[in-house]
Ligand binder design. Structure first.
Ligand SMILES: *Cc1c(COP(=O)(O)O)cnc(C)c1O
Length: 387
């Protein structure tokens, strides 16, 4: 079968795919149908945190698939419960529910915030403030939550109750807050928006402002969470406790999962019949996620930070690079001459997979990549940028 032609015929063209068919992978490497090897600095967009087909992860998933593949959330299952306990203990969250993607987790977080506000203050207090240049997902509601006009097209009417403020500007947020606001939702590092980290003092001020008015702080850690920034959650880098944290991408190590974790006072907001998901907390997916949780101990995260520093040191000030942004192994590279998309395209020719984010090259390598593997792949990037 001609895979590329058949894809064009039968799969809706919502992606402008690169001319690359990936057939297998191991660690940080993947292979096309001709056996050409690529170093993958994308992790399937921050998903394969243990790399491709990690042996222990694959064993855990396979074992669970042979034992209990799926039942419904009408019954108890062990992997789901173990994962919930592990995630709550790791993050200090009180409780969580599972979803199947980042957008769905963010939808869930918005539901929790509106329910909390409704229970306590009655109707009308339902506005969620998000930041300009944010990205929160592709469903109708999370598109509305996304603070970029380019996403607000075609699919009208979008969900009501979202307003956007300039990030880093606490006065703008203060001015936007009135008695209809129930939550503020932020990414600590805007991923799709161009790997832009929030200022620490700004985030602290947002937290204080929210506390003052009993407005909930929702942290969208779909991309920044699960070790990506060198701490288990990016919020640890910022010394703030959100009221709600959402997870997805890296959590399953390569299988679809999302989670909405709530802290303290939100423990019992979502009672019986307030939410549901057929697949949420699926045993096979949770078995994979448990292996991820197991592996991401303090020593592992210290390595992530070390490798992040190594990347920054190697790239900062190099020829063809204007600036380097991000934290841990979530890295943005702004080229001074070339277009980021051209660099990514040339990277494929030379066997290195990278992402873009706006005008930047974005690197989200598997957290298990070695310094030597990074070194070799970055030499390719630097060569392209220096030409
Ligand atoms: C990827 C992403 C999402 C959407 O996740 P999906 O699994 O694609 O629905 C939401 N928020 C952030 C910050 C993301 O990076």
């Amino acid at each position: 079968m001609d895979i590329k032609a058949t894809d064009k015929e039968y799969v809706m063209g919502t992606y402008n795919r690169f001319d690359l068919l990936i057939v297998a992978g191991e660690g940080c490497y993947c292979y096309d149908e001709k056996g050409k090897r690529y170093t993958d600095l994308t992790s399937g967009i921050g998903v394969n945190c243990l790399g491709y087909c990690d042996a222990k992860w694959a064993d855990a998933v396979a074992k669970q698939a042979h034992t209990l593949n799926h039942t419904s959330n009408l019954y108890y299952t062990e992997p789901c419960v173990k994962l919930a306990k592990a995630l709550c203990e790791r993050t200090g969250a009180a409780k969580l529910f599972f979803a199947n993607s980042g957008a769905e987790a963010n939808e869930g977080a918005i539901k929790v915030a509106r329910k909390y506000s409704y229970d306590k203050y009655g109707s009308g207090r339902n506005t969620v403030i998000t930041l300009k240049n944010s990205f929160h997902g592709r469903t109708i509601t999370t598109l509305a939550a996304t603070g970029q006009d380019v996403f607000h097209n075609y699919f009208f009417p979008f969900t009501e109750g979202f307003r956007y403020v300039e990030s880093g500007n606490i006065k703008a947020l203060k001015d936007e807050i009135d008695d209809t606001v129930c939550a503020v939702m932020i990414e600590f590092i805007q991923g799709e928006g161009g790997v832009i980290a929030q200022d620490k003092d700004y985030v602290k001020a947002v937290r204080e402002l929210c506390d003052e008015k009993d407005i909930l702080l929702i942290a969208d850690e779909v991309q920044t969470g699960v070790g990506r920034t060198g701490t288990f959650l990016a919020s640890e880098n910022y010394d703030v406790k959100p009221d709600i944290t959402t997870f997805a991408k890296g959590l399953g190590g390569g299988l679809p999962i999302g989670a909405v974790a709530v802290y303290g006072k939100l423990r019992d907001v979502m009672g019986f019949s307030s939410h549901g998901s057929t697949f949420g907390g699926n045993p096979v997916v949770c078995a994979g996620a448990l292996e991820v949780m197991d592996r991401l101990d303090d020593a592992f995260l210290a390595e992530v930070r070390k490798k992040g520093d190594f990347v920054r040191k190697k790239l900062e000030g190099a020829k063809g690079i204007e600036s380097v942004s991000g934290l841990g192994l979530m890295i943005g590279v702004k080229p001074s001459e070339k277009k980021a998309s051209d660099v990514v395209r040339e990277g494929i020719n030379r066997g290195v997979l990278m992402l873009t984010a706006k005008d930047k090259i974005r690197l989200l390598p598997p957290l298990t990549i070695t310094e030597k593997q990074l070194d070799e792949a970055l030499d390719v990037l630097l060569a392209i940028l220096a030409e």
